[in-house]
Design a protein around this ligand. Structure first.
Ligand code: PFF
Length: 456
């Protein structure tokens, strides 16, 4: 068996696209994106987000895939073999840590989505808006139950990736992604045909420029774009390392970014019309509970609501698991490239992530000191989300852009992506974006945000 085959590889281009889009499409699209739109003032956030996706993040997606395929390695080794005897491998190591850190809180929220399939299907959440919201706060404050749920999510994830790249990740993505897309379209149609839907659509699509009063909205849009496309932590380096040399990577990257963006935008068409059809709905007040504490009010009262509610949370759970797969695959691949047997790596990492998930589980009301942490005035889970999404991923992305654009060299990346006569349309534009536009834009946003946070 060749070294490449021993690590695993994708069986087909479409298999890769579905797996990579599966990684990208996740809670970030259906839970995170509408929540950020709510916090960021509606359509204005959508505009900033689209700018970040296409101008900053898409070039980095291409860069990560190029680095992964060229080296055939997971993040740490990818930097190490491309520029041996330099400290650049540290960027890969940070990415592996980000994967573990993100998975530790992501699996907790994924656990909520799984539980809510049951709660909505059985009509357990019902009653006045206060009762529905109260149900959510009581549920998340139950530490024991939520630890079991997070464990279940991690167990399913581990079971899938134990099957390997092709028989595990690719096979699961080929079933789960089409199911997810069908559910999403059906639910968006239902959302748009609800009474009062137009107020939600207007809020979502009409930008109020006066609302941009704070640079932190731009930072949130950038962090959200990185998170949504699974960038800045080497996930796409890892998935790129399983690509064959004959695959046309740039076109596949276009599919991944296009699917991810479409799903996020469609999720808004489910959540805002549904939200605005509830009297007294305030999108900015939703926070992490937006879809758990608010939408079930609607599911409890609309005709066929139990069915739609359950379908909605099945959609979320599918999206979550195709992403947890990739979050666990990054540290797994790193250990496999260090010579660990795949099975042992997966067992050890699942245990580590579960242990790290405990403070996030307990931060939703179970333990007061974690639920409102002194100094930061927020709960531990929200703090984790901000540290990793808004800071670690953009910083990782900045370093990856500098590495690919300047250290490895944009020309080497272009040569890799055009190998065997594969077309790379816009290669020159990409080189300008990765060398100049991405680093400058990310650095600008990071510095402005830091100044805003720490004064100065
Ligand atoms: N892209 C996923 C989402 O939007 O939910 C989250 C994610 C997965 C981030 C994998 C980073 C990653 F490497």
């Amino acid at each position: 068996m060749s070294a490449q085959a021993a690590r695993g590889n994708w069986g087909s281009r479409i298999g890769f696209i579905l797996a990579a889009a599966g990684s990208a499409v996740g809670l970030g699209n259906i839970w995170g994106f509408p929540m950020q739109v709510g916090k960021g003032g509606g359509a204005i956030f959508v505009v900033l987000y689209l700018f970040c996706v296409f101008v900053i993040c898409f070039p980095i997606l291409v860069a990560e895939l190029a680095l992964g395929r060229s080296s055939g390695k997971s993040p740490i080794e990818a930097f190490a073999v491309t520029k041996p005897n330099t400290p650049w491998w540290v960027v890969g190591a940070l990415g592996v840590m980000a994967g573990v850190g993100i998975l530790s809180f992501y699996s907790v929220i994924a656990g909520w989505t799984v539980a809510y399939i049951w709660f909505t299907a059985t009509g357990a959440v019902a009653g006045t808006p206060e009762q529905v919201a109260g149900y959510f706060s009581a549920f998340v404050a139950d530490g024991g139950k939520n630890l079991v749920l997070a464990f279940a999510v991690l167990g399913i994830t581990a079971a899938i990736i134990l099957g390997g790249v092709r028989e595990g990740i690719e096979r699961a993505s080929k079933v789960m992604m089409p199911a997810l897309l069908v559910l999403l379209v059906l639910l968006a149609i239902r959302g748009l045909t609800l009474p009062g839907a137009s107020a939600g659509v207007a809020y979502y699509l009409k930008p109020e420029w006066s609302e941009v009063t704070n640079i932190s909205v731009l930072n949130a849009a950038l962090g959200q774009a990185f998170f949504s496309l699974s960038l800045g932590m080497g996930c796409m380096i890892t998935y790129g390392s399983y690509l064959s040399k004959s695959t046309s990577v740039v076109g596949a990257a276009g599919w991944v970014a296009g699917l991810d963006t479409t799903v996020a935008l469609l999720a808004g068409f489910i959540i805002f019309p549904a939200g605005f059809s509830i009297a007294g709905f305030d999108p900015a007040a939703g926070g992490p509970g937006l879809i758990f504490a608010v939408l079930p009010q609607l599911f409890a009262t609309m005709p066929g609501g139990h069915l739609f509610g359950a379908a909605f949370f099945i959609l979320l759970s599918l999206a979550a698991v195709t992403s947890t797969i990739s979050l666990l695959e990054v540290p797994t691949a790193a250990l496999v490239d260090k010579g660990w047997p795949r099975k042992k790596a997966i067992y050890v990492l699942t245990g580590v992530v579960l242990a790290l998930a405990i403070p996030s589980v307990l931060s939703q009301g179970a333990v007061a000191g974690l639920s409102r942490m002194p100094g930061v005035e927020m709960d531990f889970l929200s703090l984790m989300a901000i540290v990793w999404n808004n800071w670690a991923l953009p910083i990782g992305g900045l370093l990856i852009a500098i590495f690919v654009g300047w250290v490895w060299g944009a020309d080497h990346a272009i040569a890799e992506l055009s190998a065997g006569g594969v077309a790379f349309p816009g290669a020159r534009l990409w080189a300008v974006l990765i060398k100049y536009v991405c680093p400058v834009a990310i650095l600008f946003i990071i510095i402005m945000t830091a100044r805003g946070m720490f004064g100065g």
